[in-house]
Design a protein around this ligand. Sequence first.
Ligand SMILES: *Cc1c(COP(=O)(O)O)cnc(C)c1O
Length: 937
Amino acid sequence: MSNEFLARHLGPSTNDIETMLSSIGCSSVDEVISKIVPKNILFGNRMALDEGMTERDTLALASSLAAKNILATNFIGQGYYGTLMPSVIQRNILENPGWYTAYTPYQAEISQGRLEMLLNFQQMIIDLTGMDISNASLLDEPTACAEAMMMTKRSNKKNKSNQFLIDINTHPQTITILQTRAKPLGIELIIKDIQYHDFSDCFACLMQYPGTNGEVRDLTADITRAKDNDVLTIVACDLLALTLIKTPAEMRADIAVGSSQRFGVPMGFGGPHAAFLSARDAFKRMIPGRLIGMSKDILGNPAMRMSLQTREQHIRRDKATSNICTAQVLLAVLAAAYGIYHGAKGLKKIALSTHAKANNLARSLLDAGFELVTKQFFDTITVNTTDAISLFNSVQLNNINLRLINDNQLSIALDETTTVDELSLLVSILSAGSVSYCQSKNLLFNITKDNLRTSDYLTHPVFSNYHCETEMMRYLKRLENKDIALNQSMIALGSCTMKLNAATQMYPITLPGFSNLHPYAPENQTKGYQQLFKDLEQALVEVTGYDAVSLQPNAGSQGEFAGLLVIKSYHQSRGEEGRNICLIPQSAHGTNPASAVMAGMKVVIVKCDESGNIDIQDLTIKAEKYADKLSAIMVTYPSTHGVFEVGIKQICEIIHTHGAQVYLDGANLNAMVGITRMGEFGADVSHINLHKTFAIPHGGGGPGMGPIGVKSHLKEFLPGNPLIKNSNAVSAAMYGSASILPISWSYIKLLGKYGMQKSTEVAILSANYIANELKNYFPILYQGDHNMVAHECIIDIRPLKEQSGISEEDIAKRLMDYGFHSPTMSFPVAGTLMIEPTESESLREINRFIKAMISIYTEIQKVIKGEWDKNNNLLKNAPHIAIEMAGKWQYPYSREEALYPIDSLKQNKYFPPVKRIDNVYGDRNLFCSCPDIKNFE
Ligand SMILES: *Cc1c(COP(=O)(O)O)cnc(C)c1O
């Protein structure tokens, strides 16, 4: 059982494992597991999977699969376009763990680099759409449209209609996703040509701009008519087109949404890409998703943070504006970097050249006798033809993909990558050799003057200062250096599983065979991907004990929503559509209740007992009370308290007795792989966070993937093809963010059957080691039998706080002085820290963390003993920053104590760029665009 990669993946060596075992008083890993995992679910490793492969062989296999995908010339468009990622961005962001291994910027002081880039993203969206405020990313364009639909439903107080109008010229995948999302909320969709609609019957409407067929049409008149009827207006727009044509804001729209994919992010067979939602100022407190805003630190210096978090699921739960948690941070960062590198002039040049090519193509096709459907267009033209299907097919034989709109219409979309050779070939095939592609010199707009944009954009200096590569490289490095990512120190965030994202797992994502495929490419061009998906689905079936897997959901939250819809469809198929109660334990993650509400369910909270376990008596009472209305329970296992609850089987049985289904939140799967399987101990459906257990990096808060597994009776209800109406699809692409699936696939290939089991065991062992080493300083809040925890432990700060006034937040900030990212703060219990080391942290690093925690404990004791002032001390004033090294030292403790509390810091010291940030100020004075450069001088 030799596994070369396993030793690279695991932090602790064989000796370290012995050391940890003897520290916790166990003689073997088997003993640890048998004391922690309940006997009745301890199935052993029955995964029918191969043993691990070498890194070399895995890379070779990944490359051979990528090579089985055919790279055609794509003119499909429909929301996805070829684009050129500048090498300086690929090398310094996409391939740089300093960016891709960071976590969501909840600890703002050590996240200023990515916060700045996200603020740049918001500014770029604000400028291009003309809106007042933008969020920092959503999962994809159709779900952004769905979020906008829900937002207008909530905020339109004047119009109580239940109908949402979609213009007929909207991307088909958007219509499907809106169908999925509208139904459980009781919203009725009307799909009509908006030009001829009187708006008397709906609360809001959505228009695509340019239309899905490419038509650029001034929407001002329609929007004005909508406004006259108190109908809110949403425009799904194309960012590159907006450099040339009038903005949604100039047409008076309320909300603008879209995708930033074509700003340097490869199509990747569907994703990941950052969508956006921007709006007028009046809607700023209703915007879903993360919003970056300016605030200031306690020295008064400008500092960034996530604003208005009180609207988000982790605080508002079932009343949240959205269930979004993991979003598309890294992709928003990439798109912003593209905008910065090109600037206004560069983007406009790209847009003009794309437009010129489209113009020339249109002219050539008119010469060839085609009739143009799109009178005004930016980059996409649609033509009428009697033999659309045969032309579509003959072009495809030459590895060229067009979009077949119907039997009589073809659509052709161009982008920055389109070459003259490609267009020449296309024209020659379409005209049967009768016409050649005419390259005109003058860039005649086919767009009428009053549709053209005259307003400025990207005028902030950040969009003009970094156009040479040296400056760009250094700007990216400067931002990277402000943040703590996994390339700096361990990030022991409970529930988030910040494990190694191995370089070999990352390599395949940039292989052109994976990254350059259009999501709607014909199946015969995607054989490599199909095999990888089948492999991955099969492996996840083996890992979970389920019978089928859907790789569609783009994050855990989307998996929850998709899984609950599966449950709903199941009940419906049995004539029990009345079941709408979802039981959720108190301790659940915020996405659970938020997703249940999105799925049209009513949330009923189940209590937890003193030791943190689900109160089975309360569960029994509530299950009986709602019996025939009961739809599901959402339960996390091992629990969010970090314990393998003994009653899990019984809980599943109680739920099933009442005809309901068990949704098991799979975020903690890293504690189960190879040891137990949820599909075998009673769960019916789960999401699997591939960005936790299966090594997709967190990207600073996304991307992620949340596939769902189901038992066989639910298989037929899994999400379908987004291009097929009413298919219950939840993402724009059948396989979600397909291009990052090779990461999880590689992870499984590299570790194999026993490597994954061993990883689980070491993750559990390391968590118990930490709990044991810290328990004399910080009480461990919840433990199972034998006083042991699962793969994470919660330390209770409340008793210390009572004595000292030092809070969990003070500890989190003080850890920054020690060069560490805080563990998860106040989830699932306020006043606590939840620590999850994962299997990838070495004993040396774990001990360094423990030493820091004990040192902080000693500091707190000095406060308790009165040696240090209660309000003016090392912890309350943390973090300490570099500029405090100079000038008069103003604190009642030494510089050395503040900055170098332990010796090892003298060799490697990280300085946060700002002092503690004022959260209240930032929320009161909401400012979500790039600040005047003077503020930084
Ligand atoms: C991370 C997490 C989620 C949400 O998953 P995302 O991928 O961030 O949407 C849900 N439940 C639990 C317990 C989690 O830890």
